[in-house]
Design a protein around this ligand. Structure first.
Ligand code: PGA
Length: 258
């Protein structure tokens, strides 16, 4: 495998957590001790706090992201948020296909594809989340599920647009459960995803694609996961709600670049 200089990407997915005061103090604490530009750092707060978080993050080396978007420009889509609205809030990245949206809300691969394409068309970095459930894993379907979700999620996405795509491999059984894939299992899934990108696009696209791991990543396991050759960072849920833990994970990314 050719190694390239993929810049690590560490995102904090706050999910439906915090209130206005907690979101404000969390972003203050995250920004306060952030002193690296060798890792792309992003936070994904709830929609309603985006403007305030973005105002605080302005000038800091941190991307502000949304946990979801809608793919139509505007119109009668009650409750939804368009990519233009996100850009109005200084958002520069969006999660698409997070497992909670797929499995709790019921989003299809087709909808995830529409959202991913809308994010890219708006110039946002789309973090396309994929991963297998426990049943699918037990059934030996991990690579097949990832392939289906990636082929569908990236349908119609050109090679030229891939600079705006990060893939997050998040085994559903590891999300919020405290269970983590072993570094070897995660690496196997990431390597297979990278080979898939090579077959869908080409080797250069594959070498350049950032593939990050999510699922109970924390300070105690981030370094060994990110030390794997095809793991380029993390999407962090629970541990992103504690600035010190989030920083320790960012530091694990920084040490991969040293
Ligand atoms: P977790 O969540 O770190 O709490 O497992 C990860 C995610 O859902 O992105």
């Amino acid at each position: 495998m050719t190694q390239t200089n993929r810049k690590p990407f560490v995102g904090g997915n706050w999910k439906m957590n915090t209130d206005a005061a907690a979101a404000s103090s969390l972003i203050d604490a995250v920004i306060g001790s952030l002193n690296t530009d060798s890792v792309d750092v992003a936070v994904y707060p709830p929609f309603v706090y985006l403007r305030e978080i973005a105002a605080k993050a302005s000038g800091a080396n941190i991307l502000v992201g949304a946990q979801d978007c809608w793919h139509e420009g505007n119109g009668a889509f009650t409750g939804e948020i368009s990519t233009d609205m996100l850009k109005d809030c200084s958002v520069s990245t969006v999660l698409t296909g997070h497992s909670e949206r797929r499995h709790v809300i019921g989003e299809s691969d087709e909808l995830v594809n529409l959202k991913t394409k809308a994010a890219i068309a708006a110039g946002l970095i789309a973090v396309l989340c994929v991963g297998e459930t426990l049943d699918q894993r037990d059934d030996g379907q991990t690579d097949a599920v990832n392939e289906t979700q990636i082929r569908a999620g990236l349908a119609g996405v050109s090679k030229e647009s891939l600079g705006l795509v990060v893939i997050a491999y998040e085994p559903v059984w590891a999300i919020g459960t405290g269970k983590t894939a072993t570094p070897e299992d995660a690496q196997n899934a990431h390597r297979t995803i990278r080979e898939l990108i090579a077959s869908m696009y080409d080797q250069q696209a594959s070498d350049a694609m950032r593939i990050i791991y999510g699922g109970s990543m924390k300070p105690g396991n981030a370094s060994e996961l990110m030390a794997m050759p095809d793991i380029d960072g993390g999407l962090i849920g629970g541990a992103a709600l504690k600035a010190a833990d989030f920083h320790a994970i960012i530091d694990a990314g920084v040490s991969q670049t040293a």
